[in-house]
Design a binder for this molecule. Structure first.
Ligand code: GDP
Ligand code: MG
Length: 168
């Protein structure tokens, strides 16, 4: 899509979460339909990508901000979760991210919880039920995605765009 691609309305979408959970890969998968591969390239500061999606004939431009998640809760990670299993720690820290969003975002913020790397079935630490339970506690939708296979990535952003359209 060109930089001048037509759109009716634009929204800012932020990907938040711990370092290495796959935020950049999910964005690249959605934007370019490709997987970045095995190399972990840490996002420095904030990067962003735009994509226009169509919901009920309306062109919605998603301005997707990719953040470097490692800074914010580093001290928390080190103090409390140093010995915890890495993937479980990122799950525990989700609650800190959600609390943060509710504290600082505008009231009508649209939130969706993504459990990425669903392709890594053998190494699964968090069950689908645990993910759903946490999402339910915070009253947000939950989807399991894989930036590697692409499963649910398009669907997740479509769902976000649809919800944004309905609330605005
Ligand atoms: P970020 O720090 O949250 O932006 O994480 P990245 O997108 O840079 O991904 C961190 C690492 O996880 C990289 O080595 C990716 O290749 C890998 N990764 C990301 N998403 C997936 C996924 O869905 N499945 C698998 N198997 N690996 C993934
Ligand atoms: Mg990144």
């Amino acid at each position: 899509a060109s930089v001048n691609e037509y759109f009716d309305i634009a929204f800012k979408v932020m990907l938040l979460g711990d370092s290495a959970v796959g935020k950049t890969c999910v964005l690249v998968r959605f934007k370019d339909g490709a997987f970045l591969g095995g190399n972990f390239i840490a996002t420095v500061g904030i990067d962003f990508r735009n994509k226009v999606v169509t919901v009920d004939n309306m062109k919605i431009k998603l301005q997707m901000w990719d953040t470097a998640g490692q800074e914010r809760f580093r001290s928390v990670t080190h103090a409390y979760y140093r010995d915890a299993q890495g993937k479980y720690a990122t799950f525990i820290l989700l609650q800190a991210w959600l609390t943060e969003i509710y504290e600082y975002a505008q009231k009508d913020v649209v939130i969706m919880l993504l459990g990425n790397k669903s392709d890594m079935a053998a190494e699964r630490v968090i069950t689908h039920e645990e993910g759903e339970k946490l999402a339910k506690e915070y009253g947000v939708p939950f989807m399991e995605t894989s930036a590697k296979t692409g499963v649910n990535v398009e669907l997740a952003f479509q769902a976000i765009a649809r919800e944004l359209k309905h609330r605005n």
